[in-house]
Design a protein around this ligand. Structure first.
Ligand code: NAD
Ligand code: MG
Length: 498
């Protein structure tokens, strides 16, 4: 057999060292019809707001307005809470096996309509279709399937026989995983026999409104799920409403704190899912290539708009150079751009405000003396974009090591011993998640015992499963979502009079 000649000629590479990928666009038309304006979903009907203030949601990749939607007033919230209260008596009296049927039906419809929902989510949020298609939507359906399974088994959930629902749940969610956060909130609430009023975030209301259609398609009794759109004022009206029994909030720590103050002294049960500043800790015996993938997934997944993002890399000093070289090579291959292109790794930043926040914090990083690096990459001319960014020479006191950036920005710190890694990892006001990369199982357990974080991943990162509880320590909030633990916030486990 003739041997191939070993030529010295370099392989021609496209600019930026990227493989040239042909565009692989998903069709925006798959999102289905987007109305020019939306009202609320109350008592099973789409209704107009009592006010006349409309907000606009844009596609952050193009800055084009997608739709107008109502800014919910106190009166709107009141109407929605009344509808939920009215529906509560019958819904909570249904046998769990009957409630489960509705949840299964919703889960199956989500699967059937997953392409439509994935495209709509990408358009409204800016996140890549690869993620909405392969991560968000499968998890949304899985969450409804999972809690459907619990609805008739609540007697065996560990909260005593026949645990009772609380009543009406007021739920406020953020823009980073709009439909997934809706699922995390609505599925356990319904499984346990509560009814809900949910307010989606002001930059991403469209998939929640589409979910309202799915509730109708599933024949869900009227008023069991109500969606009121609006901004922080609408959210505050909902959490303050005297006939709400349970408040569930995901978002920023300052707003979480304000809600906790607002609820102090009331009988409302509260769960808070707030920010994070997770450490992703890499030891010198870690498989470097695998760790690099985990670091990239940890901070660049969803543009870094992830409360449990691995935004601080703690690398053992002896492998710092090797790891950072490999990480930079990998970062240079990330494709930033059109969220609807199936090759895109990093989509658009969700809003102009969030882009300004990321820009301000990265500028503070430079001003405080950290060294900034980004791969060469061209950003689209319109829309909100930020290059994947790495900071080295970061000290623990720097703002970029302490504050949640909520963008594609990684701060690198080093350590020498496991004890130092634990100390640095815990040196933040937050405590949502952490990652450990090492070959030694005993070290993983030793570290996990000492890390003040609600979720600790070992040799992986950002893995989610509906069966696994998720939640924080310290300023990352309290209460758990997911798993058996995720039932508790919606049950009257203290047998109190609500
Ligand atoms: P935010 O906390 O202001 O908004 C989250 C949700 O709360 C939205 O639906 C909003 O309308 C509502 N809201 C705002 N003020 C409220 C109030 N007083 N009472 C009740 N509801 C209220 O978050 P943001 O402004 O969108 O983002 C700011 C920062 O928060 C981000 O930069 C990021 O650091 C963090 N954040 C964290 C998460 C998370 O998942 N933990 C999600 C989004 C944002
Ligand atoms: Mg939008």
């Amino acid at each position: 057999m003739a041997k191939k000649k070993n030529t010295e000629e370099p392989v021609a590479k496209p600019a930026g060292g990227l493989f040239a990928y042909a565009p692989a666009p998903e069709s925006p038309a798959a999102a289905g019809d987007i109305a020019t304006s939306y009202g609320h979903f109350i008592g099973g009907e789409f209704v107009d707001s009592s006010g006349n203030e409309a907000l606009k949601t844009v596609n952050p990749a193009t800055e084009q307005v997608l739709a107008e939607f109502a800014r919910g007033t106190e009166e709107d919230v009141d109407r929605a809470v009344a509808a939920a209260r009215k529906a509560f008596a019958d819904w909570s009296a249904l046998p769990g096996s009957e409630r489960a049927k509705y949840l299964f039906r919703i889960a199956r419809i989500i699967q059937e309509r997953s392409r439509e929902l994935a495209v709509l989510e990408s358009i409204d949020n800016g996140k890549p279709i690869r993620e909405t298609r392969d991560v968000d939507l499968p998890l949304v359906a899985a969450h409804f399937f999972y809690y459907a399974g619990w609805a008739d088994k609540l007697d065996y959930a560990g909260f005593g026989p026949n645990p009772k629902p609380l009543g009406v749940a007021g739920q406020v969610i953020p823009w980073n995983f709009p439909l997934l956060m809706l699922a995390w909130k609505i599925a356990p609430a319904l499984a346990t026999g509560n009814t809900v009023v949910l307010k989606p975030a002001e930059t991403t209301p469209l998939t929640a409104l589409r979910f309202a259609e799915i509730c109708r398609q599933a024949g869900l009794p009227k008023g069991v799920v109500n969606i009121v759109t609006g901004d922080g004022r609408t959210g505050a009206a909902l959490t303050a409403h005297p006939d709400v029994n349970k408040v569930a909030f995901t978002g920023s720590t300052p707003v979480g704190r304000a809600i906790a103050k607002q609820l102090a002294g009331t009988r409302k049960k509260l769960s808070l899912e707030l920010g994070g500043k997770a450490a992703n800790i890499v030891f010198d015996d870690a498989p470097i290539d695998q760790a690099v993938e985990g670091i990239v997934n940890g901070i660049f997944f969803n543009q870094g708009h992830v409360c449990c993002a691995g935004s601080r890399l703690l690398v053992q000093e002896s492998i710092q150079d090797e790891l950072l070289d490999a990480l930079k090579r990998r970062m240079a291959t990330l494709r930033v751009g059109d969220p609807l292109d199936k090759n895109t790794d990093i989509g658009a930043i969700n809003s102009a405000e969030q882009l300004a926040r990321i820009t301000a914090l990265t500028e503070a990083g430079e001003a405080e003396g950290a060294e900034r690096w980004s791969p060469a990459c061209e950003l689209p001319g319109t829309g909100f974009w930020f290059k994947p960014t790495l900071f080295t020479g970061v000290s623990q006191a720097h703002r970029i090591a302490q504050e949640e950036i909520f963008g594609p920005v990684l701060s690198v710190l080093t350590f020498r011993t496991p004890a130092e890694a634990v100390e640095k990892a815990n040196n933040t006001p937050y405590g949502l998640s952490a990652g450990i990369w090492t070959e030694k199982g005993s070290r993983i357990l030793w570290m996990a015992d000492r890390l003040r974080a609600g979720v600790v991943w070992a040799n992986t990162f950002n893995k989610f499963d509906p069966a696994s509880p998720f939640g924080g320590y310290k300023e990352s909030g309290y209460g758990r979502e997911g798993g058996r633990h995720g039932l508790e916030p919606y049950l009257n486990v203290e047998a109190r009079d609500v």
